[in-house]
Write a protein that binds this ligand. Structure first.
Ligand code: FES
Ligand code: FE2
Length: 362
C-alpha cells in the first residue's frame, strides 16, 4: 500500500472559528470521522460533545440549547455541559450510563481547538501559535474550504511550495524561482520549518511600498506543525537585501516594504474529507481592511486552484492505491513531516480506506 490513512488522536484540531459557535444553536462538525456537536452554554463557554444522543442515537446538533444544558429534540433528553443526562421526560430514574462523551476544547486566537485523544493528555501548551484576528500587528481576514480528499495530500501541498510556480503562477503571480530554488528545511519541535529568499523578482500586488521598486527580494518562512497547521510570514525588501543578509533570515527590526502573515489549519473530517481554515492579511503598517479583503479573495481563488489539483490527485490515487510516489529534492519537508507523523504511531489510529459520505450541516 502506497500510503495508509492515518489519523493522530492526541493532537489539537481546529474545528472552526470562534465566531461560528453561539448560544443560539448547536453546530455539527466532523472530526476524524466522529460527529461532534459544538455549542456555547449560557455563560459563553464552548462545549464539544459527541453528536449522538444516548437514547436513540439522534444528533444533539439538532438539539436546543437551554442555558448551560442541551436538549435532544427527538424525545427530549437533556444533558449538561459535562455530557451527563439531567432529565428524561416522563421517567424519574436516570441511569448512570446516560452520558455522552465530551472533548477537551480551548479557544485560542479565534480558533476552536478540540483534543480528540486521551483527555488526560490534553495539554494546551501544544496548541500551534497562530495569529489572533485582532492581533494589532496584522489586519487579517478569514476563509475556509472543504475538500473531498485525504488531509495528508493538503499537508503535502503546503509542505512543498514549488507548486506555486505552476498552480499559482497567475493568482499569486509566483515566478519560476519558486520551483527552481530550494528552501532551507529544518526539523523543529512538532514540525518542520521551511525558509528561503526569492531574489530579484518583480513585486506583485498587493504592494505597499514595494510598488516603488522594479525588483524586490522576498523572504518567506513558515512552520508546519502537528497535526497540520501552517504559519507563514512573508516580508518584502529592496533587491539586494538577501545578499546583505548572506541569505539568512532578515533581522526582526529590518524595515519591510511590505509584509503579510497567514495561519492555516488542515483538519481531517474523515479519512477522505478535510476542512481547511485560513486567515491572511497585511502588516498593519502596510495595509488596511480593504487590502486585507483583496488579499483573502486572491488567497481563496488560489486555494481553489489547489483544491482542483488535490481532489483530482485523490481520484487518481484511488484508482491505484498501490502506486508509489517518487520523491524529488523538493520533498524534503514532506519527508521530515511524514516521518514525524509516523513517529506518532502509538497514538495513531489506522483506518481502512473507504469513501464515506459525510456531511457538514453548516
Ligand atoms: S434520541 Fe435523543 S431523546 Fe430520543
Ligand atoms: Fe497552493
Amino acid at each position: 500500500m502506497a500510503r495508509k490513512d492515518m489519523l493522530i488522536r492526541n493532537c489539537w484540531y481546529v474545528a472552526g472559528w470562534s465566531y461560528q459557535f453561539s448560544t443560539d444553536k448547536p453546530v455539527q462538525r466532523m472530526l476524524l470521522g466522529e460527529p461532534v456537536a459544538i455549542w456555547r452554554s449560557g455563560d459563553g463557554a464552548i462545549v464539544v460533545m459527541e453528536d449522538r444522543c444516548v437514547h436513540r442515537l439522534a444528533p444533539l446538533s439538532l438539539g436546543r440549547i437551554e442555558g448551560n444544558q442541551i436538549r435532544c429534540m427527538y424525545h427530549g433528553l437533556r444533558f449538561n455541559a459535562a455530557g451527563r443526562c439531567t432529565q428524561i421526560p416522563g421517567q424519574e430514574i436516570i441511569p448512570a450510563t446516560a452520558c455522552v462523551r465530551t472533548y477537551p476544547v480551548v479557544e485560542r486566537n479565534d480558533w476552536v481547538w478540540v483534543w480528540m485523544g486521551d483527555p488526560e493528555r490534553a495539554d494546551p501548551s501544544r496548541i500551534a501559535q497562530s495569529k489572533a484576528l485582532d492581533d494589532p500587528r496584522w489586519v487579517l481576514k478569514t476563509g475556509e474550504l472543504h475538500y473531498q480528499a485525504n488531509y495528508e495530500l493538503i499537508n503535502d501541498n503546503l509542505l512543498d511550495l514549488t507548486h506555486l510556480a505552476y498552480v499559482h503562477a497567475t493568482s499569486f503571480g509566483a515566478g519560476p524561482a519558486w520551483a527552481e530554488s530550494r528552501p532551507k528545511v529544518e526539523a523543529i519541535a512538532e514540525g518542520v520549518r521551511s525558509s528561503r529568499w526569492i531574489i530579484r523578482t518583480p513585486p506583485v500586488p498587493p504592494l505597499g511600498k514595494a510598488a516603488d521598486h522594479q525588483l524586490v527580494d522576498i523572504w518567506t518562512s513558515y512552520d508546519f506543525v502537528l497535526p497540520g497547521v501552517f504559519l507563514l510570514y512573508t516580508g518584502i525588501f529592496p533587491a539586494g537585501t538577501a545578499e546583505r543578509c548572506r541569505n539568512a533570515a532578515p533581522p526582526d527590526d529590518l524595515p519591510t516594504l511590505f509584509a503579510n502573515f497567514t495561519s492555516q489549519a488542515v483538519t481531517p473530517t474523515s479519512a477522505t474529507t478535510t476542512s481547511y481554515y485560513y486567515s491572511w492579511g497585511p502588516a498593519a503598517e502596510h495595509g488596511d481592511e480593504q487590502m486585507a479583503q483583496a488579499m483573502i479573495d486572491v488567497a481563496t481563488g488560489a486555494f481553489l486552484e489547489d483544491k482542483l489539483m488535490i481532489e483530482a490527485q485523490q481520484r487518481i490515487i484511488d484508482c491505484a492505491p498501490d502506486a508509489r510516489p517518487m520523491p524529488t529534492s523538493a520533498d524534503k519537508a514532506i519527508t521530515i513531516f511524514s516521518r514525524l507523523m509516523r513517529s506518532q504511531d502509538s497514538e495513531a489510529v489506522w483506518i481502512t480506506k473507504q469513501r464515506t459520505e459525510t456531511t457538514l450541516t453548516d
